[in-house]
Design a protein around this ligand. Structure first.
Ligand code: FMN
Ligand code: SF4
Length: 574
């Protein structure tokens, strides 16, 4: 039986385990595309956390393919010193290193890449990069196709010279190679258009040419096997391309799905919580049965038991994690030791913020992209700490300080979870349709992390009725959440529990931005300032108790208090 934590091989690369970090655009590169210290610290945290193979984010093989501002550069030798330093660090931390060769094709703009975007055909593309604009790319001539293939080969060779063990060919999600695959975007009549064989030719030629002309580096073929829209690539065709990619010499097939034209939305490629766990795993299983190279599965695989089982069953060889490694960079080392990991909610706040122009962030882990800032934190140590309130902020705080302090968490209700017990009943969380299970799993894992680290949890205990319970603590951390005004305190939870958040008319009303803002901010007030000051004890107010708002600033203040010694330390960065 294969073990998620046993070494594995992809082409020439040996991986210490079967966990691959999926490519995720961070915008941590500088404006020219050079590696920065912030980028180094971000990848170091994931390598140190035990990931088997780090896939460094999408980098274009030629300038015309740059698809975002602050995208990492790989199209020129001047990027080599920074990339070499990045790879050396990843290796030093014990992980293998890969980089994604990704070309925006028609899914970029001249103001981003500096050149006229190219694509298989001059089909209009709606491009969301900070703003949404529709562009018409230039259809590639055969000479231009050859020039781009050459650029891929040179980029793969540059990656090899930088020390990378593998490159990943990005043939997914509606970028250049995927545009060749998708009938709606490829209306060519030459040998690169028409039949499936012709539409697959471009990506397969790139694979063969890299194998032949840049030998020595592993080649992973990352493929969208299902586009999820009527004129897109259906799974039966994606399956066939996966088989051909293995025959063309790919050392592994990485099975993804979704396209920026997917229905109901582009979000499907980064499966939001409503898609449930492991929505693409079955595609990977089917491909694994017919190819003779390793298969990597991806998509909502952040439950360690599920990930372990996917590999143990032999149905896939590796699992890739994207957002779960944002939520918890130590996912691998914790899962290996049977410890609780901080679970990703699949709320897609990270990707929505990044597409809107922001640096990468995570709602449940505010250290993402700020690893350097948190490296110089001043967490409390050797104290007796009482945390009052067991919602996401209180639990986050307790889990972060528990190892170096004696922590007791008091929760008035019978169950932990606070506002997250209702969030799953609302129609939307951030910009995605909710699924209760996502919040339950997150809270359960946080509770387990607290208990494993020795936090004493006292539910059904209202310290305001019995303040003597707080005697003897050095620090009181108030995480009592926000309360509703206007007598809504009973009505809102009752309505949500009755399922009103999913009644179509009401759900539409509740997702209106103005009303949501009112629900989070103006209709509620933080309860923290009502907490009595107690002489000789430090008091800190965190989460919604400090200022009624959304989950992100609430969790952020818990991290800032626990690790930086000041709940307000990140306020201006919300
Ligand atoms: C912020 C963010 C950026 C991403 N950027 C890329 C990318 O540049 N290339 C790519 O192939 N996939 C990209 N993805 C998709 C991930 O690689 C992965 O397929 C997806 O998040 C599903 O895996 P997960 O459920 O483990 O997060 C991105 C995902 C996120 C969250
Ligand atoms: S922002 Fe949300 S979806 Fe993204 S990694 Fe964090 S919890 Fe997961």
């Amino acid at each position: 039986m294969a073990d998620l934590f046993a070494p594995g091989r992809i082409g020439p690369a040996t991986l210490p385990n079967r966990v691959v970090m999926a490519s995720m655009t961070t915008r941590a590169a500088d404006a020219q595309g050079f590696v920065t210290e912030d980028g180094m610290a971000y990848y170091r945290a994931r390598a140190r956390g035990g990931v088997g193979l780090i896939t460094v984010e999408m980098a274009a093989p030629e300038k015309a393919g740059r698809h975002r501002f602050h995208e990492l550069g790989l199209y020129d030798d001047r990027f080599l010193p920074g990339l070499s330093r990045l790879v050396a660090m990843i290796h030093e931390e014990g992980s293998a290193a890969s980089i994604q060769l990704g070309h925006g094709g028609g899914h970029t703009r001249k103001d981003i890449c500096g050149e006229t975007p190219i694509a298989p055909s001059a089909v209009p593309h709606p491009v969301l990069e900070i703003t949404m604009e529709t562009i018409v790319p230039e259809a590639m001539t055969k000479a231009r196709i050859e020039q781009t293939i050459r650029a891929y080969v040179e980029a793969a060779d540059r990656a090899r010279r930088a020390g990378f063990d593998c490159v990943e060919i990005h043939a997914s999600h509606g970028y250049l190679i995927s545009q060749f695959h998708t009938p709606a975007e490829n209306i060519r009549t030459d040998e690169y258009g028409g039949s499936l064989e012709n539409r697959a030719r471009f990506g397969l030629e790139i694979t063969r040419r890299i194998k032949a002309e840049a030998p020595g580096i592993g080649v992973i073929y990352r493929l969208t096997v299902e586009d999820y829209f009527p004129e897109g690539l259906p799974f039966k065709d994606g399956f066939q391309i996966a088989v051909w990619a293995a025959e063309a010499g790919a050392d592994a097939i990485h099975v993804s799905a979704g396209h920026y034209r997917s229905l109901p939305s582009a979000a499907r490629m980064i499966p939001p919580m409503w898609m449930g766990e492991a929505p693409f795993l079955d595609f990977a299983r089917k491909i694994r049965r017919v190819v003779n190279v390793p298969v990597i599965a991806v998509g909502n695989l952040g439950d360690p038991d599920l990930a372990r089982q996917a590999v143990a069953s032999g149905e896939v060889d590796f699992i890739a994690l994207g957002r779960p490694l944002l939520a918890d960079p130590d996912w691998v080392s914790k899962a290996k030791e049977g410890k609780a990991v901080r679970r990703c909610l699949a709320c897609n706040s990270c990707v929505d913020g990044m597409r809107g122009g922001g640096r990468l962030h995570c709602l449940v882990n505010p250290t993402v992209g700020r690893e350097l800032l948190f490296a110089n934190g001043r967490p409390p140590g050797g104290e007796k700490i009482a945390v009052v309130g067991g919602g996401p902020a209180g639990l986050s705080y307790a889990s972060l300080v528990a190892e170096d302090n004696q922590v007791t968490l008091f929760e008035r209700g019978d169950q932990l979870g606070g506002s997250f017990r209702l969030a799953g009943l609302a129609p939307k969380f951030q910009e995605v349709e909710t699924r209760e299970g996502s919040f339950r799993a997150y809270i359960a894992a946080l509770e387990r992390a607290c208990r494993d680290k020795g936090v004493v949890i006292r539910t059904g205990t209202d310290v305001t009725n019995d303040p003597a319970l707080l005697d003897g603590f050095d620090r009181i951390v108030v995480a009592t959440g926000a309360a509703y005004r206007h007598g809504l305190g009973l009505a809102v939870p009752a309505l949500l529990r009755a399922g009103a958040g999913k009644w179509p008319g009401l759900a539409r009303l509740m997702t209106r931005p103005g009303l949501r803002d009112w629900f989070y901010h103006r209709a509620r007030y933080g309860t923290g300032n009502r907490f009595p000051v107690r002489p000789g004890q430090k008091i800190e107010v965190i989460g919604d108790a400090r200022r009624a708002g959304k989950a992100m600033p609430a969790i952020q203040s818990a991290f800032a208090a626990a690790l930086l010694g000041d709940p307000a330390a990140l306020d201006e960065r919300v």
